[in-house]
Design a protein around this ligand. Structure first.
Ligand code: NDP
Length: 230
C-alpha cells in the first residue's frame, strides 16, 4: 500500500486530496493545525480506516521535528506540501508590514523547505519517491504582467526555487519534485467564482504527480499537465 502525507488537510484542496487518495486505497497521513476541530476531515476519517490525523502547524519547527520522529522508518510515497496563505494584508504597496511578510514567508516558503528536510529520508525510502508542493501561476516571473500580490508571488517563487534545488540534491536518491499550479479553484482561498472545482483540480494534480518522469523532476506544472515558464 502506498502512503501520502498532506499538509493543510482540513479544508480546501488539502481535504480533497485526502478524499481522493483515501478512495484509491492509499494510507493517508492527514496533517492539520487542529485535528480535534477539523469536522469535515474527522467525518472522512470515520468512514475511511486508511486516514490518520496528525497535528501540524507548519510554522512550528518543534512540531515538524516531532512529526519526523513519529514517522521515522515509515515510507512516504507522495509528500504533498499543500498548506498556504494568500497574504491579503501584504499584497500591495502601501499595506505591507514586516510582520505580515514574515508570516507569509514562514508558511509558504520556510515551512515547505523544513518539511522536505525533515521527511526526505521517508520519501527516499518509498517506492514512488515524489515531493509535490502547491505553488501558483502568479509565482511565474514571466507571467507577472499586473504586479501586486507582493508577498504571495514572492513566497511561492521562492518555493519554486526550493523545489528545483531539492530536485537536484535528491536526484541521487531517486527523489523527484514538482511545483504545481492547481488552477483557480473554488475553495476559501479561490472563492466561489473560481473556474475549477476541487475535485477536477485535485484529480488532475494527482495524475501529474503520479506520472512525473525522472527527467521532469524540478518542473512547474499546471493541474492539466502543461508546463509554466519560470
Ligand atoms: P484554503 O485557504 O482553502 O486552505 C488553506 C489550507 O492551508 C488550510 O487547510 C489551512 O489550515 C492551511 N494552513 C494555513 N496556514 C497553516 C499553518 N500555519 N499550518 C498548517 N496549515 C496551515 O486554500 P486552498 O485549499 O485553495 O489552497 C491550497 C494551496 O493551493 C495553497 O498553498 C495555495 O496557495 C495554493 N493555490 C490555491 C489556488 C486556488 O485557486 N484555490 C490557486 C493557486 C494556488 P487552517 O484551516 O488551519 O487555516
Amino acid at each position: 500500500m502506498h502512503t501520502v502525507l498532506i499538509t493543510g488537510a482540513n479544508r480546501g484542496l488539502g481535504l480533497e486530496f485526502v478524499r481522493q487518495y483515501a478512495e484509491k486505497g492509499w494510507q493517508v497521513l492527514a496533517c492539520c493545525r487542529s485535528p480535534q476541530s477539523a469536522e469535515a476531515l474527522k467525518a472522512l476519517a470515520n468512514s475511511h480506516s486508511n486516514i490518520e490525523l496528525l497535528p501540524l502547524d507548519v510554522t512550528d519547527e518543534g512540531q515538524i521535528q516531532a512529526l519526523a520522529a513519529q514517522l521515522q522508518g515509515r515510507a512516504i510515497d507522495h509528500l504533498l506540501l499543500n498548506a498556504g496563505v494568500l497574504g491579503e494584508q501584504c499584497a500591495d504597496l502601501g499595506s505591507m508590514t514586516q510582520a505580515e511578510w514574515l508570516k507569509v514567508l514562514n508558511i509558504n516558503t520556510v515551512a515547505p523547505a523544513l518539511l522536505i528536510q525533515a521527511l526526505r529520508d521517508n520519501v527516499a525510502a518509498s517506492e514512488l519517491k515524489t515531493i509535490a508542493a502547491l505553488s501558483t501561476r502568479v509565482a511565474s516571473i514571466d507571467d507577472n504582467g499586473s504586479g501586486g500580490m507582493y508577498s504571495y508571488r514572492a513566497s511561492k517563487a521562492a518555493l519554486n526555487q526550493i523545489l528545483v534545488s531539492a530536485a537536484r540534491n535528491l536526484a541521487e536518491q531517486g527523489v523527484k519534485t514538482v511545483a504545481l499550479h492547481p488552477g483557480w479553484v473554488q475553495t476559501d482561498m479561490g472563492g466561489s467564482n473560481a473556474t475549477f472545482t476541487p475535485q477536477e483540480s485535485v484529480a488532475g494534480m494527482i495524475s501529474v504527480i503520479s506520472n512525473l518522469g525522472e527527467d521532469e523532476s524540478g518542473s512547474f506544472r499546471v493541474f492539466d499537465g502543461s508546463t509554466i515558464p519560470w
